[in-house]
Design a protein around this ligand. Structure first.
Ligand SMILES: O=C1C[C@@H](O)[C@H](O)[C@@H](O)C1=O
Ligand SMILES: [Co+2]
Length: 298
């Protein structure tokens, strides 16, 4: 059982409206999304494109429903743009997150990412960094991590399909090169499983450096189709590669056990982007909530 005093549960707004493909769930308003998040028994969400951009307005809407913002995605471009550009954008995001009371920021390096390319099969043409780029990425993140730490925040890094940190070898090299006191891991069970990596193995290895968790399940059959039919990442999302925990093929029991044994402290966020027309967001949020309650006692 996980400790309620240490672990809190959130759900990402991406199941209601997908910022990468705004036609998915375009009918769902911000108010509906956050009201249903609260109704399904979650305590937080991340930040979506439909969310108010004024932190005071956003915080009030969340407070009204007993919710909080726990994290936000941040796209870094450390290997293709001047460092100062990413730093400036990062500080702006930290300002916003602090104003709404969040403690974590989730960074993903988007230089050369193919995750948003509609015509690019996700299993082909992923960019691999050279030595110089590895230095740029990890040194840049160390600097951003220090800025976050000095402000009482935590920089977590999101390994992700189609990005420069996707494979097991890339995750290992990344974890080896970054400063352990400044840069932490955002563990995403769905991206590891989609990439063909055993999430249990990665979590066991790095659990003490994990500061944010995305609970994402996969439908194995859809992953296979994404390979044989050469789908892009976004086509995969549309077709249902991802779903909520308990509805797919990831075994979450050992993952919860590893987190429990390591006395993980922080957020676990259900993040299951799929087509809301096929998977009603409230229904799937309730399904995820029940599954997590049954497996963890949370
Ligand atoms: O954390 C995430 C944020 C999304 O925008 C992304 O594409 C998704 O797959 C994810 O894991
Ligand atoms: Co994620």
């Amino acid at each position: 059982m996980l400790d309620k005093n240490k672990v809190s549960l959130g759900i990402a707004q991406i199941a209601w409206t997908n910022d990468d493909m705004p036609d998915l769930g375009k009918e769902n308003t911000f108010e509906q999304c956050v009201s249903e998040i609260a109704l399904a028994g979650f305590a937080a969400s991340e930040v979506g494109a439909k969310y108010p951009t004024d932190p005071v307005v956003l915080k009030k809407a969340m407070d009204l429903r007993g919710l909080t913002i726990c994290n936000s995605w941040f796209s870094s471009f450390l290997i293709t743009k001047p460092y100062a550009e990413t730093e400036q954008a990062f500080i702006k995001s930290l300002d916003f997150l602090q104003a709404v009371g969040a403690k974590v920021i989730g960074v993903s390096e988007q230089s050369y990412s193919i995750q948003g390319k509609l015509e690019q099969p996700i299993w082909e043409g992923k960019y691999e960094m050279n030595d110089e780029e590895w230095e740029l990425l990890t040194e840049g993140l160390n600097k951003l991590g220090k800025i976050a730490k000095d402000r009482g925040m935590t920089l977590t890094f999101h390994h992700h399909m189609g990005t420069v940190v996707q494979t097991e070898a890339e995750i290992d090299k990344f974890m080896d090169m970054v400063d352990k006191e400044l840069v932490y891991l955002l563990f995403d069970s769905g991206h590891l499983s989609f990439a063909g990596i055993d999430p249990e193995k990665v979590l066991k290895k790095y659990v003490n450096r994990v500061r944010h968790v995305h609970l994402k399940d996969i439908r194995g059959e859809m992953v296979k189709r994404s390979q044989t039919e050469r789908w892009s990442f976004l086509k995969g999302v549309r077709e249902g590669v991802f779903t909520v925990p308990g509805d797919g093929d990831v075994d979450f029991a050992p993952l919860f056990k590893i987190l429990e044994e390591a006395e993980y402290k922080g957020w676990m966020v259900v993040e299951a982007e799929q087509d809301p027309a096929k998977a009603n967001p409230l229904e799937y949020a309730l399904k995820a909530r029940k599954y997590i309650a049954d497996k963890t006692g949370l």
